[in-house]
Design a protein around this ligand. Structure first.
Ligand code: UD1
Ligand code: MG
Length: 448
């Protein structure tokens, strides 16, 4: 049977207690690179395995179930009523297991860096004849992990630390958590697990010894420690974030982006970056951003839910809020905030401006300090600036308002009425100049 033809059931254990996070939020809903740990785990599963998905949650964990369904709409939610160990948690999905799959894959939702290709590797071992495949890693510090006991290429047992002998504790090859086994053996193995151990728990890891006792074959696949790090507290969450960022930066650079100081650039799980993009130090790119080819992002810029078309230049200190759509070769300069606005091709907003709920037409020039007054305290209103318009510095455009193509707005204007194409609008106090007034004023004060 070819690997592609095999169908698996992936069971994601998400009934985390998470007490060490000290949080009102369930552990697996804490985020890395803008996405929950649970969604990261599900995305690896959906990419690495073909078939069904079940997510095991604790009772009343509606938020966890909702997040699971957002990431994997076809997933089945199974509730583990009591917390009695990892094998017990897997059996919460018994109804799904009974439907019959070639392979069963179990992953923990608090192991968010697991990659799809590792899952594929585990399933490939099953396709090649193994009955049980566990994922191991050489731990820098093995404390707390189950140890893999191997002989030649075979996995003999997984021993939890609390049950291990001194010799077994000395082993550095540890159990990462993910485990895969043949669907045909699944219930035979899981139902044979007994809670006869130091923690009186049903250990999923016991299926390795049970399989061996029945003449089945168990193997271990080895992963890098960084990929299988688990998150139990906020310090580990930060370590996982760092590892995730490292992965995202490498991916962006491999795809043709230059980063002067990659360790200071923060990306999101879904950031799309084209070729020949330059990102200077200290840039934060939040979720849902697309950066097209040839874009330059100068230092200290912050982007969320924004699209930046080819050749555009941002920053330093540019702020793109959700819905910012920056056209090709446009320029967004320092201390400029753009929200829910299209800045069309070649337009310039170079200094100290706020543009919200607006369209800025192609090649328009928005002078320093221009503010779009889009909010009246109750509703947001639109501003439309035509192609080639020129807005003088320090103008306020009070929305809703339209500035026609090629129109001029005099500096310092407060524009409240439409300006037609090619017109000049000036809305400010007229200047009065009194010759010699200043000298007279000074002289008056000197005498006094
Ligand atoms: C488990 C493994 C250990 C491995 C380690 C890797 C077992 C018996 N041990 O130990 O070999 O080195 O992970 O991190 O599997 N869960 C439930 N319901 C339960 C118990 C656990 O859903 O009743 C979930 C937890 O939320 C967690 C996962 O299963 O996502 C692992 O459980 P945990 O208690 O953290 O196991 P460890 O002691 O870390
Ligand atoms: Mg754990």
């Amino acid at each position: 049977m070819s690997l592609n033809a095999r169908r698996s059931l992936a069971i994601v254990l998400a009934a985390g207690e998470g007490v060490r996070m000290r949080s009102a939020r369930p552990k697996v809903l804490h985020e890395l690179a803008g996405r929950s740990m649970l969604a990261h785990a599900l995305s690896a599963v959906l990419e690495g395995a073909t078939g069904d998905v079940a997510v095991v949650v604790a009772p009343d964990d509606d938020g966890v179930a909702a997040e699971a369904l957002k990431a994997a709409p076809n997933a089945k939610i199974a509730v583990q009523r009591e917390r009695r160990g990892t094998a017990h948690a897997v059996l919460a999905a018994r109804a799904e297991i009974e439907r019959g799959h070639d392979d069963i894959l179990v992953v923990y939702a608090d192991t968010p860096l697991l990659e799809a290709r590792t899952i594929m590797g585990m399933l490939a071992e099953l396709a090649q004849g193994a009955d049980v495949v566990a994922l191991g890693f050489e731990a820098a510090d093995p404390a707390g992990y189950g140890r893999l006991i191997t002989r030649d290429r075979r996995l003999v047992a997984i021993r939890e630390e609390k049950d291990a002998s001194a010799d077994e504790r000395a082993l550095r090859l540890c159990n990462a958590g993910p485990i895969a086994f043949k669907g045909a053996e699944a219930l035979n193995l899981l139902d044979a697990v007994k809670p006869d151990n130091a923690q009186s728990e049903y250990y999923l890891t016991d299926i390795v010894e049970i399989a061996n006792a029945r003449g089945l074959t168990a193997r271990a696949l080895i992963a890098r420690e960084k990929e299988v790090m688990g998150v139990n507290d906020r310090a580990q969450l930060a370590a996982a974030e760092a590892a995730m960022q490292d992965r995202l930066r490498r991916r962006a650079m491999a795809a043709g982006a230059t980063m002067t100081a990659p360790e200071t650039v923060f990306l999101s799980f879904d950031t799309r970056i084209g070729r020949d993009v330059l990102i200077e130090p200290h840039v934060v790119i939040g979720p849902k951003c697309t950066i097209e080819d040839g874009v330059t992002i100068h230092a200290f810029s912050y982007l969320e839910s924004a699209r930046v078309a080819r050749g555009a230049i941002l920053g330093p200190f540019a702020r793109l809020r959700p819905g910012a759509d920056i056209g090709a070769n446009a320029k967004i300069g320092n201390f400029v905030e753009i929200k829910q606005s299209a800045i069309e091709e070649g337009a310039k907003v170079n200094h100290l401006s706020y543009i919200g709920d607006a369209r800025v037409g192609a090649k328009a020039n928005i002078g320093a300090g221009t503010i779009v007054c889009n909010y009246d305290g109750f509703a947001k209103h639109k501003t439309d600036i035509g192609a080639g318009a020129f807005i003088g510095s320090n103008s306020a455009l009070v929305a809703p308002v339209t500035i026609g193509e090629g129109a001029y707005v005099g500096s310092g204007s407060v524009i409240t009425k439409p300006v037609e194409a090619d017109a000049l609008a000036i809305a400010r106090g007229r200047q009065e100049t009194r010759a010699g007034w200043a000298r007279t004023f000074r002289d008056l004060h000197k005498k006094g």
